[in-house]
Structure formats: C-alpha cells, structure tokens
Design a protein around this ligand. Structure first.
Ligand code: PLP
Length: 495
C-alpha cells in the first residue's frame, strides 16, 4: 500500500516502512495511505473471539503491508505482553451513562504506551527493510507523558538509542521519577534548566545542525524523532478502537453493526484521528466528540471553521492537552478537502497563525466531529461526581472527556451508546485528583500516591508503586547550551 504526503508536493509514493522510518514527509506534510482499507462486518465481529495482540496484528496488517503477518504478530505479542500490560491491555469500565475505555495499563500508566510499546518495534524493522545500516538516535523533548512512554518503548530495541530532555521544574514529581529511574542499556535522560520551550527549541536546533549530523553520520548514527506525527505511532491506536467495539459486541452492550458515539480527550488530535480511521475502516462509530480543556482551539474550529492559535496558553491540570497546534488535524483536512487546500491552510497557519476552511469542508467534518470543552472547575467537579456517585476514580484528562460526553448527551438527546476514552491512570496526577476530591493539603511529591490510595482505595498501579524502590540512574541536569555536547557524547559512545 503506497503512502503519500498530505501536501502531495513530492510525487513518489513510499511504502509503510519508509513512511515509518522517515516520520515527516520531505515536503513537510504527514504520511497517509493512498487509499483507506475496509474491514467487513463479519471479520470485524469475528475478531471478538481473539486476544488483544491478535486483534491488533489483524488491524495493523490492513495498513502495513510492508510487514508480514508473522512479524506483526510477534511485535504485538511482545509489546502487549501480560508482563507489560496485565491480562487485558485495553479493558473497559461501565458507568450508568457511558462506557469507559481504559488505555493506561501499560508501563508508564498513560495511553501513549499503547502506541509507544509497539512503534519502536515497527521502527527498528523499518530500518532493516529500508536497508538503513546506521543506528537511529531518537531525540525527545518532553513536557511529561511522552518522555516516559518513549523511554519505556525504545529501551533495548535493536539499532536504536534514545535520549530524553525534560524541563527540570516543568514535569510532575512522578513523571520525573519515572524518567530518571528508567532501565535499559540504550537510553539517556537529562534535565534542562529552563522551560519546555527551551528543551524543545534545543532539540529542534540539533536536528537542523548539519555539522552535528555529519559527525554523527561518520559514527554510523542519525537523528530521528518519536513524536505523534509518525504513522507508526498512529496505526497502533486504530487497533484499540476496533478492539473496544468487539468487546461491546461480545458482552452484549451493543448488537454487531449498532452505532456507538466516541468521546476522546484531545491534544495533538492523534488519538481521535485513530478513532476516525477506525470509522473509515467500517467500525460503526457515530459522532466523534473532540473534548478539550481551557485550550479550546479545536472546539472553536469545529464550531466556526476558523483555526486560530493566537490565543492565551492556559496551564491546566490536564497538561497533555495543553496544546495550541494540533498537528494531526492536517490528516483529517487532507482526507476531507485534498492536498492543495491542506497545504494552503498549513501555510497560512505557519505564516499568520490561523486559517479558515470553506463551508463545504466544515460541513463534512461536522458530519462526524463535534467539539466540546471543559474548564478547570468542571473538570474537578467531574472527578468528584464520578467518584462519589459511581465509586470510580478518573484522572483530569479523562474527566475533561466525561464532562464533554455528558454535555453532548444532554444537548443532543443522543440515543446511541457512548464510548469515552480514558487516557491516564488517576495516580499519575495524584495531587490534582486529591485536590478535586476536596483534599486541599495533599502532598505534591510521590507521597500523593499513597494519600490518594488511602482516601479512595483504588488499586495503585504496580509501575508507580515500584518507583519508590528504584535507584535514580539519571540525576543530571544541564544548561541548554550543553545539549549539543551531550548528544554528541551519547550518540557516539557504544552501548
Ligand atoms: C497525549 C495525551 C492526550 C492527548 O492525545 P492526542 O493524541 O495528542 O490528542 C490526552 N491525555 C493524555 C493523558 C495524554 O498523555
């Protein structure tokens, strides 16, 4: 299956392995399959009989014909093993008014594990398939969840090394402890004195530094990234939507073929776009509710057709959704309006900070998508309500989605079932969750884990309770000017 860029400026289609190896297309666009595959109803419902790794391998096979069935099954079994995810990598919880899909049972307790446990395996195979002999050095700047999940995913993966930079005062105590104690031979972690922008700008500068890249190349190393615009990170996410639908059919929540709505807490638009791809493949999804926090750029876009990133940036208790440029929206625009219009809108976004789509495009998008947002008070109130009424503990990102799903149901008198995606363990944001539950003197450090457990009795995930006993392997913190030297040292040393 050929892959092309959303901006279609480069004429040559590439195979799935090349798209995964490259990440971004040479014209600055994102890779998409030239046509979208379909899965018929009978095949879809027959997947319900299979365990998660097999379901995922089947779904991946629809999109990744550069990989054999056997390769995909080996990779999904390794990625979603019992040791890493427990018995069920993507279980559901039933609330009176909706179904919750829990995607945080992986090694770092956030949904990014679902993609980042698998993508490095697809990536290292892609290197072999493309004849790439050099080692990939994955450079990551993180404001929290991505760093930990990328480290856990790339650890000890063939032909790769990974180095993560985080703002030393800009991540939570738990996120910091996770990264600094991460095991694996091919990894490196370093704090930066500065904010997330300093770390990200530093990394971007290094990608563009031709002298650095030449020296690395002489040592058989090239730089690569692990961010969510890579097709290899998107395609594993389609699998859990298919799987969740199968589970709802299997336990009688819906009939095979019955439509269900889906609500997703959204930042970079990767997760909800995977739901859309599942719908395009034939999974009977109705409306996709795009839930945002106070950074409501997508809510406004889905309402008015204008995407405007020139707005105040809000720091919220759902930090992984504090995003003003939702990169994967480009893929939706491409599918709905084509490459020429998409390229023009992206150009306008880069130059003027905004763009407005035509009525026809907006209309088509709104046939499937609705945007709703929740402010900080509504988010905290939702955490408290769901805990007090339903005895179920959710994290702030999930709470934004539950709040949006309830608004949608109220406004639309919706008759369909709702599947709401839960993207992080509440323990990952223990201090904020405690505050929402009314505990105003909660500890801000790892002590919050135990305070939350004592207050709620919800099971504390093993990867988080294990943190306390783990030695800090990477205590270093450097000035941003030292990043280049640091990359060079790690890139050229043998592991
Ligand atoms: C990354 C993240 C999101 C946002 O997902 P996108 O694919 O970027 O839209 C939501 N919740 C959590 C906990 C995350 O880590």
């Amino acid at each position: 299956m050929p892959y092309i860029s959303t901006r279609e400026k480069n004429p040559n289609p590439v195979c799935a392995a090349q798209a995964i190896r490259a990440g971004l297309a040479p014209d600055g666009g994102l890779y998409m399959p030239q046509s979208l595959p379909k899965i018929d109803r009978q095949t879809l419902c027959s997947l319900a009989a299979l365990p998660y790794a097999q379901r995922a391998a089947k779904v991946l096979g629809l999109y990744l014909d550069a990989y054999t069935e056997e390769e995909l099954l080996t990779d999904t079994r390794m990625a979603y093993s019992v040791e890493k995810f427990g018995e069920n990598p993507a279980p559901s919880h039933t609330l009176p008014d909706m179904r919750i899909l829990e995607l945080w049972h992986g090694p770092t307790c956030a949904f990014k594990d679902m993609a980042l446990q698998l993508m490095p395996r697809l990536f290292s195979r892609a290197l072999v398939k493309c004849g790439e002999k050099r080692t990939a050095l994955i450079l990551v700047a993180t404001s929290g969840d991505t760093g930990g999940a990328a480290l856990a995913g790339y650890r000890d993966v063939a032909q790769t090394k990974i180095q993560v930079y985080y703002p030393t005062d800009g991540v939570s105590a738990i996120q910091k402890a996770q990264m600094r104690s991460q095991e694996g031979k091919n990894i490196s972690v370093c704090g930066i004195y500065g904010n997330f922008d300093d770390a990200q700008t530093g990394v971007k500068t290094l990608f563009a530094d031709s002298d650095l890249n030449t020296v690395l190349d002489k040592n058989g190393v090239f730089l690569s990234s692990a961010n969510s615009i890579n097709w290899g990170r998107l395609v594993p996410q389609i699998a859990y939507y298919v799987s969740a639908y199968c589970d709802m059919v299997a336990d009688g929540t819906i009939r095979c073929g019955e439509e269900t709505d889906v609500c997703v807490p959204t930042g970079n638009f990767g997760n909800i776009f995977a739901a859309y791809l599942a719908k395009c493949a034939g999974v009977p999804f109705g409306t996709l509710v795009c839930a945002s926090n106070e950074n409501d750029v997508l809510t406004e876009f889905l309402c008015t057709g204008t995407y405007n990133r020139k707005r105040p940036f809000h720091t919220t208790i759902s930090p992984s959704m504090d995003i003003l440029i939702s990169s994967n929206l480009e893929r939706l625009l491409y599918l709905v309006a084509g490459a020429d219009k998409t390229a023009a809108w992206m150009c306008s976004l880069a130059e003027k900070g905004e763009y407005t789509v035509d009525d026809e495009t907006l209309c088509k998008i709104r046939e499937t998508f609705t945007g709703l947002c929740a402010d900080e008070n509504e988010t905290r109130q939702t955490i408290r309500e769901v805990f007090e009424k339903d005895n179920y503990l959710i994290d702030p990102h999930t709470a934004v989605a539950v709040c949006a799903a309830r608004k949608y149901k109220k406004d639309n008198n919706a008759h369909r079932k709702m599947l709401t995606v839960s993207t992080a363990s509440p323990y990952k944001f223990a201090a904020d969750v405690l505050y929402a539950l009314g505990k105003t003197d909660a500890p801000q450090d790892e002590g919050a884990l135990y305070a939350l457990r004592d207050k709620t009795g919800a099971p504390l995930p093993a990867p988080l309770s294990a943190l306390a006993g783990k030695p800090i392997r990477f205590p270093a913190c450097i000035e941003k000017e030292q990043m280049r030297e640091n990359v060079l040292t790690f890139g050229t040393e043998s592991v």
